[in-house]
Design a binder for this molecule. Structure first.
Ligand SMILES: [Zn+2]
Length: 592
């Protein structure tokens, strides 16, 4: 009944706004589906009717078929499971595309194999061309790379296979890289060079360079790399960038993703996304964060927010900044030293004053502040900055400066902690209290599990690592995603990690490895909400997408397994059958 009422109101609204009342006849109806709508008022349905790019009605086959006329297309979902299109909550869209263009080292199991791939690549490279790769992780190799420093290999083999081409291979975390001798020579680095602030040139006990550069030290290698890149004609560079965007979009659609929250693009990229969206060349909806603007660039934020452009295909209403590094590369900034690196507590990569300045700029321009914070120290410092900025910003203008700060509780800013991976138990309730979104990546939990206890010890890992349950129970809002290309953009292993906290690749013998502190896992429905309506909420888009309800964008994914009821392991076997964006089938497994 309520359903019919909602339909009625929506149809009336449509008729009121449109010249032709008969426009309330759907173009398309999906029938015979097993829909999970993520709409708490009507969680289940068998049919969804669509007009243009929006949902007209959600209900039963019989009721919705009554709306059709002879021009309405009817698609039979054959009983398959369908739900709102997945929203990737934190990823790097163009990097995903370039990871598909360049050497992808994510699933390579040894250093020898990596240098082999580079050797192969040099055969087709022109002298002087840079060779780029991404995705290696020393803890995931099955054989030793020989001599190591902090687990990292030396670049000797890399320099031997590519003497004339500079090589840069990014660590999967994006917080470190290994370069060969040619690249280091072009960067003008020697064993005498000193470490930059917030970064480290990794050397052995004798001071010899290993070729590994962590955090801000990566810039030393990236400088000659971008200089080479900048020498390429602009049209060529733009074409490469655009190609990467198209590859990323195709990859997302094949995996059921209809919206993508991009965790940091520069102003040039933001204008490119906008252009693609406004010329109908962006098949996936992008919600972007502007990459950490310099003091010089902060005035550009006045041109934002830009919301719902290109027919809801491009929004930028947030700013991304980095505050520390990653746990794997000892970059996460901790309150107490690493267990396996005594005396070292990680790195703060951006001065706190810079973050405070950006917070103010966000406040003034109505933008969401999204801060990369992984370690417990980083999380605490950022919560302090946010608390201070909210208090300052909400002082009433005529208030006596000595009077106590009045917090306006109705102010809904949805600032985000990106990763929020390791949190001191005392800080967990502050997320809910301050309304700071914990934008987490469930798959990082199970990927990192093999080294988390090594780095943090049992107690810190148990109480504050990927503490989804504690955060939810304390009233925090969660978002979920993969941080692609750090992880595969596929939401299914991430959903599996969310509800099991078990490794994604069960051993072939079927023996399940132990779950990582399973008391922190999400419930099944929470996991599905975290990838749909919760992510929409984290972007101020809950009225546009994230659930299937009349008036919302018709973004839908159809899958071969019932993600709400199947055995957890079956989630990993599910296939995406159809991905629908704005009422158009953009991916169809049958037509592959
Ligand atoms: Zn990221």
């Amino acid at each position: 009944m309520k359903q019919l009422l909602t339909l009625f109101i929506f149809a009336t609204l449509l008729s009121a706004c449109s010249q032709t009342p008969k426009s309330a006849i759907p173009d398309l109806i999906f029938v015979n589906g097993n829909f999970f709508t993520a709409d708490s008022l009507h969680p289940q349905a068998t049919a969804v009717a669509i007009l243009n790019d929006r949902i007209l009605a959600v209900g039963t086959d019989a009721d919705l078929k009554k709306l059709a006329d002879k021009n309405t297309q009817i698609i039979d979902l054959q009983g398959n499971f369908a739900m709102p299109g997945f929203i990737e909550g934190h990823g790097h869209f163009n990097s995903l595309g370039s990871s598909l263009q360049n050497l992808n080292l994510m699933n390579i199991k040894s250093w020898a194999e990596i240098t082999g791939l580079v050797a192969e690549k040099t055969k087709s490279a022109k002298p002087g061309d840079w060779i780029e790769g991404r995705g290696w992780h020393q803890e995931k190799w099955s054989e030793s790379p020989g001599a190591t420093v902090n687990g990292y290999p030396y670049n000797t083999a890399l320099s031997a296979v590519s003497p004339n081409n500079p090589v840069v291979l990014f660590h999967v975390s994006g917080h470190g890289l290994i370069a060969n001798a040619k690249a280091i020579e072009l960067a003008g680095i020697s064993s005498e060079s000193s470490d930059p602030i917030g970064g480290r040139i990794v050397r052995d006990a004798g001071g010899k360079l290993t070729g590994v550069f962590e955090e801000n030290a990566m810039d030393l290698i990236l400088k000659p790399f971008s200089a080479w890149n900048n020498l390429r004609p602009e049209a060529e560079r733009t074409a490469t960038w655009e190609k990467a965007a198209q590859l990323a979009a195709a990859e997302c659609l094949a995996k059921g993703i209809t919206s993508f929250q991009d965790a940091g693009s520069n102003f040039w990229e933001l204008t490119q996304y906008r252009r693609l969206a406004e010329t109908n060349q962006l098949p996936v909806r992008i919600w972007a964060m502007a990459f950490q603007p310099t003091a010089h660039d902060i005035p550009k934020l006045k041109n934002y927010p830009q919301i719902g452009l290109g027919n809801q295909h491009f929004t930028c209403r947030a700013v991304k900044c980095y505050f520390d590094g990653a746990l794997g590369s000892y970059g996460a900034w901790l309150l107490a030293p690493y267990d396996d690196k005594p005396g070292f507590a990680g790195q703060n990569t951006t001065p706190i004053d810079t973050i405070a300045r950006l917070a103010k700029a966000c406040h003034e321009n109505g933008l969401q502040l999204c801060v990369h914070a992984i370690g417990d120290r980083a999380n605490r410092e950022i919560l302090n900055v946010v608390e201070k900025e909210f208090a300052e910003g909400n002082k009433s203008p005529d208030a006596n400066s000595k009077s106590s700060v009045k917090r306006d509780k109705s102010v809904d800013k949805r600032w985000r902690m990106e990763h929020a991976q390791h949190i001191d138990i005392q800080d967990i309730p502050r997320f809910g209290q301050l309304g700071v979104i914990a934008s987490m990546q469930a798959i990082h939990c199970t990927s990192d599990a093999p080294f988390v206890v090594k780095r943090l010890g049992v107690e810190r890992a148990r109480t504050g690592a990927y503490a989804w349950r504690s955060l939810l129970d304390s009233g925090a809002h969660l978002a979920n995603g993969t941080d692609t290309p750090v992880e595969d953009v596929n939401p299914l292993p991430c959903l599996y990690a969310s509800i099991t906290r078990k490794p994604t690749n069960p051993t072939p013998g079927g023996v399940q490895e132990e779950a990582f502190f399973p008391e922190q896992k999400m419930k099944r429905e929470e996991a599905l909400l975290s990838y749909t309506i919760w992510n929409a909420w984290a972007a101020f888009e809950e009225n546009e997408k994230g659930s299937l309800a009349p008036g919302k964008l018709a973004d839908i994914v159809v899958l071969s397994k019932d993600l709400l009821r199947c055995a957890p392991e079956e989630i990993l076997q599910a296939k995406v059958l159809k991905t629908v964006v704005g009422g158009k089938v953009m991916y169809d497994a049958e037509k592959k």
